[in-house]
Design a protein around this ligand. Structure first.
Ligand SMILES: [Zn+2]
Length: 285
């Protein structure tokens, strides 16, 4: 194996481990934020027997597998949601790392890699915010404005990273032309997202029930998810958006208004990960 390939595999595996840890933290957020509990302090405990969980109970993915999805102390089954979110986040992070390999392959030139790195991190954060927000939204019916503003800040970080990135790469181009290009990407992305949302609304509800979509309390979670889909598409630009919007559209139509609406955020996140992957492949050929 070539040293590049070894390095690539190590980085993808590390991204997966990091992703599973973030996924574990994502689960903490989903359970504690609606209860207005702190997410930075305090031990995790079993929901049923209240036993404090030790280090061995908290290894992402593996603890759940080795304990057969049960609490070590009281043997009560633990929701499969934990392992689903941990493994999906790990998978998203691995895909994202795979799309940014050139960045890892050039570790001696941090200056060259800092902006793509910020962009990648912002995307990681955004994906997890979408998952947390959707889960909480569907479980409690409340909209988490704090999370939404976090998403907004994240969006701004991405914009900044992209502009700085572009400025550094093409010193000859004027700032106005760079911002113009970025705006165009954002608008095309948003338009693609909006189109996917419009088609899915028509396919799932029809023209007659548009009022239900815009006003009913039940479709609040779906409306929020749709809004995220458009924002995410705007943030990632035209080409990744095409894939993201398609994945989201399919998930949206398949799920309809069922009990699995809470997973829409996860589908959106997977769409973005696949979209980015497709985008990097597009640049390979
Ligand atoms: Zn227990």
């Amino acid at each position: 194996m070539s040293p590049e390939l070894v390095l690539a595999i190590i980085n993808i595996v590390l991204a997966g481990i990091f992703g599973s840890i973030v996924g574990s933290f994502t689960n903490v957020c989903i359970y504690r934020i609606p209860e207005h509990r702190t997410i930075v302090k305090g031990h995790s405990m079993c929901m049923t027997c209240g036993h404090e969980l030790g280090a061995l109970d908290l290894v992402p993915i593996f603890s759940w597998l080795f304990l057969g999805g049960k609490c070590r102390y009281c043997k009560t089954p633990v929701s499969s949601r934990y392992i689903k979110i941990e493994s999906l986040t790990a998978l998203f992070y691995m895909i994202m790392a795979a799309t940014h390999l050139t960045m890892f392959l050039d570790p001696l030139e941090p200056a060259k890699n800092i902006f793509p790195f910020i962009e990648l991190c912002a995307l990681f954060v955004m994906i997890n915010i979408v998952i947390v927000e959707m889960m909480i939204m569907k479980d409690t019916g409340s909209s988490m404005y704090v999370m939404t503003s976090a998403l907004g800040i994240d969006f701004l970080v991405q914009i900044l990273a992209r502009i700085l990135h572009a400025i550094r790469d093409t010193a000859s181009e004027s700032l106005a032309s760079l911002i113009g290009k970025w705006l165009l990407q954002t608008l095309i992305g948003a338009a693609i997202g909006l189109l996917a949302v419009a088609i899915s609304v028509i396919l799932t509800m029809g023209f007659k029930s548009l009022g239900v979509y815009f006003h009913s309390k039940e479709s609040k979670a779906i409306r929020t998810s749709d809004l995220f889909a458009i924002a995410l598409c705007a943030a990632i630009g035209a080409i990744p958006s095409l894939v993201t919007a398609t994945v989201y559209l399919i998930a949206r139509v398949l799920i309809k208004n069922g009990k699995n609406v809470k997973y829409l955020g996860t589908f959106l996140a997977s769409g973005a990960a696949i979209g980015y992957f497709a985008y990097s492949l597009y640049f390979c050929f």
